[in-house]
Design a protein around this ligand. Structure first.
Ligand SMILES: [Zn+2]
Length: 225
């Protein structure tokens, strides 16, 4: 794994000591060069700790002990300063706006090595390995339903992947309590459910409560730690 140093000026000191979240993004721009330029542009006021190109090249933009500006307005488990607690990784991909596509193998291989290193350096529990859409369900869709959550969890121990189970459908407030227990901001119930599906039931992201979604939520509860 080779890491190319490409410092961004867009960071500041972390406001909390602990780094216990890892957040994945896609760049959502037409190509990697444009994304890299934007993440290093002082006017743009955005950044991430790392950017990974299609071909697997990793660019290091912000030191891990500093606060990068990738999550924006966000929420997880009652915490709102997600930037202070997290490491952010951007994957080059045009995203839903410019032509969302599968993440190339070389890019995911680089992501796996980089993530394993990060998880070794910081006390990040599997339940806090998340997508931008998990922590900002009303605003964001990245890294999206083509992100290989299942493979990352099952083959590499990165994040959580529940095994589904068939169940009855409980009343809405119980579903919402279940999403809140995972960490979601349930202020907008449909957005929270959609974000949950985008991560944990990516083959059908419709924001509707069904048995399979409930089954996966229950199964996730069993493996939260
Ligand atoms: Zn993002």
């Amino acid at each position: 794994m080779s890491v190319i140093n490409h410092p961004s000026p867009n960071f500041e000191p972390r406001r909390t000591g602990v780094v216990d979240m890892l957040i994945f993004h896609y760049t959502g721009m037409e190509n990697g060069e444009a994304a890299l330029a934007r993440l290093c542009d002082p006017q743009a006021k955005v950044s991430a700790h790392y950017l990974i190109e299609d071909d697997g090249r990793i660019f290091a933009l912000v030191p891990e002990d500093q606060r990068a500006w990738h999550a924006g307005q966000a929420f997880w488990h009652g915490e709102t300063d997600i930037n202070s607690r997290s490491i952010g990784i951007e994957l080059v991909n045009p995203g839903h706006e410019f032509g969302y596509r599968a993440f190339p193998e070389a890019q995911i291989a680089a992501l796996i090595s980089l993530s394993l290193g990060i998880l070794g350096r910081h006390p990040i529990p599997p339940r806090n390995v998340l997508g931008h859409s998990d922590v900002a369900p009303t605003r964001k869709q990245d890294p999206g339903e083509m992100f290989p959550w299942k493979d990352l969890a099952e083959s590499h121990g990165i994040g959580l992947w529940p095994c589904g189970e068939a169940v009855f459908i409980p009343p809405e407030h119980v579903v919402l309590a279940g999403l809140a227990h995972v960490g979601y901001d349930i202020w907008d119930p449909k957005a929270a459910l959609t974000a949950f599906q985008r991560h944990f039931r990516p083959w059908k992201v419709d924001g509707l409560v069904d048995e399979e979604t409930i089954g996966r939520l229950r199964a996730l509860h069993r493996i939260l730690r």
